[in-house]
Design a protein around this ligand. Structure first.
Ligand SMILES: [Fe+2]
Ligand SMILES: [Fe+2]
Length: 306
């Protein structure tokens, strides 16, 4: 059995550390530190570690060994005993009109953000041999996901609840597992598919919260949507970079990978404006528009017979 991940406190730099570590310095390698943060079990500690690590990189207190192949320790991702993880069909939908219903929704969103921290940290440590900007991009994403998690946790506390109080979806780490050996598939199917679905899902959830009079939670969704556009943009950037390197057509490649890895089927309504801002091109948006049209036709009642 592989050893468990190192405690995160042992790999994060403290402010007395040398301000300019040398390139390739493993003691200050942010990829090693990201792996330790991914193994962290306690959600607030993991979130704080992701943000501290990003700050340390911005302040020049960390470097990264881009070619370092790290062994995968047991127990990834670190997560607490609660929430209980259950199949999605066992999670009931609750009315947004009741405080309990809104707390359940905020909890589900916090769970997505907790998983998103894990997904971003995983991209940092797992894939050796990428340009340095790849790692700093994904560490920035991890820090923003940690911020989203902390915003939602604080709002959940105002409803008298904490992360772990309700059961949660068991499938969010699944796509990470399936794409563990293929950075191109990871970029195609996590940011460009799963996170992009979040762009579509955000406006109707926000509208339901506002309808229920919960402006504070709706404001958190605004922050999240703004940042998520950036995450999908980062996914698009690296997906295209990898396609360019191997002279692959990005559209054909995406379709092939979505099929090969059983990506969830796309379903409208789509947030075209956010998707355009997130770097999807005209051909991809036109394909989505055709999908959305097909959905409308399927949902429409059959035409009256003469
Ligand atoms: Fe997020
Ligand atoms: Fe994200």
């Amino acid at each position: 059995m592989m050893p468990a991940a190192s405690p995160v406190s042992s790999v994060l730099p403290d402010s007395s550390d040398s301000p300019v570590p040398k390139a390739g310095d493993r003691a200050h390698c942010m990829r090693t530190a990201a792996l330790a943060a991914l193994g962290e079990i306690d959600p607030p500690t993991k979130a704080a570690a992701a943000r501290a690590l990003h700050s340390a990189v911005l302040e020049g207190r960390m470097t990264w060994a881009t070619d370092l192949e790290l062994d995968e320790p047991a127990g990834l991702p670190g997560r607490p005993a609660r929430p209980e993880l259950v199949e999605p069909r066992k999670l009931g939908r609750r009315s947004m009109q009741s405080p309990q219903g809104r707390a359940v929704l905020l909890h589900a969103l916090a769970h997505i953000e907790f998983n998103a921290i894990n997904l971003a940290l995983d991209a940092v440590w797992r894939f050796a041999g990428m340009p340095a900007a790849f790692y700093s991009d994904w560490l920035k994403v991890a820090a923003e996901e940690a911020y989203h998690f902390s915003l939602l946790s604080a709002r959940l506390a105002e409803y008298g609840h904490a992360y772990g109080d309700f059961p949660a979806h068991d499938g969010l780490w699944d796509m990470c597992e399936r794409t563990r050996d293929d950075v191109l598939a990871r970029m195609a199917l996590v940011p460009r598919t799963l996170e992009a679905r979040g762009l579509d899902a955000s406006p109707p959830i926000r509208a339901r919260l506002l309808q229920a009079g919960d402006q504070a939670s709706a404001a958190i969704l605004d922050v999240i949507l703004r940042d998520e556009i950036g995450h999908v943009l980062i996914g698009n950037r690296w997906f295209r970079h990898l396609c360019d390197e191997d002279s692959l057509d990005p559209h054909e490649t995406y379709t092939r990978l979505a099929d090969q890895y059983h990506a969830p089927k796309l379903r409208g309504p789509f947030n075209f404006e956010a998707r355009r801002d997130a770097g999807f091109d005209d051909a991809e948006l036109a394909a989505l528009a055709a999908w959305a049209e097909l959905d409308v036709q399927k949902a429409a009642p059959p035409a009256a017979q003469d």
